[in-house]
Design a binder for this molecule. Structure first.
Ligand SMILES: NC(=O)c1ccc[n+]([C@@H]2O[C@H](COP(=O)([O-])OP(=O)(O)OC[C@H]3O[C@@H](n4cnc5c(N)ncnc54)[C@H](O)[C@@H]3O)[C@@H](O)[C@H]2O)c1
Length: 619
């Protein structure tokens, strides 16, 4: 209140001063102030309109299959033998054949790396404003063409359009926005303290692009999985060679043309981004082919192979592997909100999320109520072709054989005492009308079941009962994976306390997945979920060599030279001189420092002496 009164007085004084200086009346001064604010607003608006108009618009014409929703065409059969030089592409919801992509050989991958290397030599010198220009071109394209982007992703991976908007478009836009707004701040040289003895030095870290980044990605988000490493790698000044999954290669046609057009419009080298299609051999060739850093996103099993291969060439790797996230619900959580969030955590993208909720720990006091609310919702989820005439909540399983694998885990759980409350039937064998597995709900899931241990990566909500906070922490940590986690409780402090005890790389308090929406945060896990980070400040800086640089702070006044007692041949008081330095700089308290200084001066003034430089007797 007092501060407000003071501010009013200050404003009054300013107005009076203005009246005295200009001779204007109070009303005229007010009109002037309003006019100034309006003018500033108009300038800002004008600048904003002009800068938006200045972002080049790129045009990418979609093909028939990319542009249209349903096309009657040849069906693909996964049991049909396929030439190993090609990757067959098909829509997992309809099994419509979409064509082939080349299965690149190791030699071809190396050629791509070499092209990217040449492009990286040019791009590493680019300014941050040129890199921002490239990202803004992409962002504008995404906003203008999100429907086609989502349709292409839906056709390639079987996900509903809404899941594509959330999981492909929103997170990519958020990432680009963050890079444009804050990326430069974290890549500019960062000044660091130079310590006590090097007080006359200026120390800093320079973030130097690594050169060529190699990324290997899975099939669950064909658009975001490409754009995510690409935008960060390019913003950090690198080139990128990216190996996409053999189960979602078709969409690289449209997305690749978009990337090429954006590079051209931004004046960036055409070879800056190389897309590799193929199988494990192509991925292995990328790891061993001479890239400067590998980002691997995929299963724990293949992650180990990648790490082994990278060890041969000492290529650094980031491993973003599987997950089996805990979703903890306390008895006082807002159950109505939690139920809807839990459905998204389990069934978004048909559960094919590395950081998706898999283990739902619900407090015994609300266990039955939670199930009561969830059962009808799960049973009524609509599943089908995302590009068909009817709206769907859940789409298809992208990877052939995954529905059968998920079903095996469900059957094992039921055989060992879990309650099957929804779903759980293998609707059709792969190949007969789409790769679907129904949204499934299991209650009373316990240790000893396969589903307790293995990653499901499918639409299964496993519900577990708990009674004390210590117990739920122990149950949640009884897992080989540790990627994300969510804790819901009436008291935010209690939720925070439980979350702080979870072995996980990420925790959302009273929410799910929000750590990924904050693109300034690192993304990654612990234990078998991998290590190092690919998003956020840590991920962005991880695409650079953090080069330590040190130089004279005042070169005109003080330059480095070897102190006379230490010059070769070293003098007889060299050790005493060293002792005096240590005592002066690091001795605890003034007494030490004065003694050290006196000993140091003695050494310098009497070069032939043996001076002691020892600590004072009093100490
Ligand atoms: N932590 C994360 O950020 C994250 C994100 C998405 C998916 N995932 C994980 O990915 C897995 C599902 O994806 P997937 O089935 O495509 O995984 P995957 O490990 O089978 O394949 C991933 C990629 O590795 C390639 N590959 C296969 N063998 C290789 C080899 N020997 N050397 C190099 N590359 C090789 C594949 O061709 C593919 O492009 C799940 O475990 C999921 O949790 C993790």
């Amino acid at each position: 209140m007092e501060a407000m009164q003071e501010a009013m007085h200050a404003l009054r004084a300013l107005v009076n001063q203005g009246i005295a200086l200009t001779g204007f009346t109070e009303t005229q001064l007010l009109q002037l102030a309003v006019a100034a604010v309006v003018a500033l607003g108009l300038v800002y608006l004008f600048k904003d309109v002009i800068s938006t108009l200045c972002i080049p618009t790129i045009k990418v014409s979609p093909t028939d299959n990319e542009a249209n929703d349903i096309i009657d065409a040849v069906k693909y059969s996964p049991v049909q033998p396929v030439d190993k030089d090609v990757v067959p592409c098909y829509d997992p919801s309809t099994m419509q054949a979409l064509g082939f992509k080349p299965a690149m050989s190791a030699a071809e991958v190396r050629t791509r790396i070499a092209r990217a290397r040449e492009a990286s030599k040019v791009w590493r010198k680019s300014s941050f404003s040129q890199r921002r220009k490239l990202l803004r071109i992409l962002l504008k394209f995404i906003v203008d063409n999100m429907e086609t982007i989502c349709r292409v992703s839906a056709r390639d991976s079987g996900k509903p359009i809404l899941d594509a908007i959330v999981g492909e478009v929103v997170v990519t836009c958020e990432k680009i926005h963050w890079l444009c707004m804050e990326g430069e701040r974290y890549l500019r040289p960062e000044h660091r303290s130079s310590g006590i003895m090097s007080f006359y030095k200026a120390a800093r870290v320079e973030y130097v692009p690594v050169g060529v980044v190699g990324a290997i990605v899975p099939w669950n988000y064909p658009f975001h999985n490409v754009l995510n490493p690409m935008t960060a790698a390019l913003f950090a000044g690198n080139a990128l060679v990216i190996k996409v999954s053999e189960h979602a290669s078709w969409s690289t046609g449209y997305y690749g043309r978009m990337i090429d057009a954006a590079l051209e419009a931004a004046g960036a080298p055409a070879d800056l981004v190389q897309i590799v299609t193929g199988y494990g051999e192509a991925g292995n060739a990328l790891v061993t082919g001479g890239v400067d850093k590998v980002i691997f996103v995929g299963s724990t099993q293949v992650g180990k192979l990648v790490m082994r291969a990278a060890a041969e060439t000492l290529t650094p790797v980031v491993l973003e592997l599987g997950g089996k996230d805990a979703f903890i619900v306390a008895e006082d959580a807002d159950l109505n909100a939690v139920v809807q969030i839990s459905l998204k955590a389990a069934y978004l993208n048909c559960g094919q999320n590395c950081a998706g909720g898999e283990r739902f720990f619900v407090h015994e006091k609300v266990y039955d109520k939670f199930l009561e609310k969830v059962i009808p919702l799960v049973r009524n989820l609509r599943q089908g072709n995302p590009l068909g005439p009817d709206p769907v909540d859940c789409g298809a399983m992208c990877m052939p054989g995954l529905a059968e694998k998920v079903h095996g885990l469900v059957e094992d759980a039921v055989a060992r005492g879990a309650q099957l409350l929804a779903g759980g039937q293998l609707r059709s064998a792969s190949g007969a009308g789409g790769q679907f597995y129904p949204p499934t709900l299991l209650a009373d899931v316990r240790p000893g079941m396969k589903i307790w241990e293995e990653e499901v990566f499918g639409p299964v909500m496993s519900v577990v009962r708990w009674s004390t906070d210590d117990e739920v922490v122990e149950l949640a940590n009884d897992c080989a994976f540790g990627l994300g986690s969510s804790v819901f409780a009436g008291s935010q402090r209690r939720a925070r306390d439980i979350a702080s005890r979870l072995e996980a790389g990420m925790s959302a308090i009273n929410d799910f997945g929000t750590t990924y929406m904050c693109q300034s945060l690192p993304f990654g896990g612990v234990k078998h979920s991998g290590f190092d980070r690919f998003a956020g400040v840590e991920g962005l800086r991880g695409l650079c060599v953090p080069k330590a640089v040190c130089e004279d702070r005042f070169p005109m006044l003080m330059k480095s030279s070897i102190p006379p007692p230490w010059e070769f041949p070293v003098k007889s008081n060299a050790v005493a001189f060293g002792r005096s330095l240590v005592t002066m700089f690091y001795g605890p308290g003034l007494l030490y420092k004065v003694h050290g200084l006196a000993a140091l001066l003695h050494c310098l003034m009497f070069p032939g002496s043996y001076g002691t430089g020892a600590k004072p007797k009093a100490a």
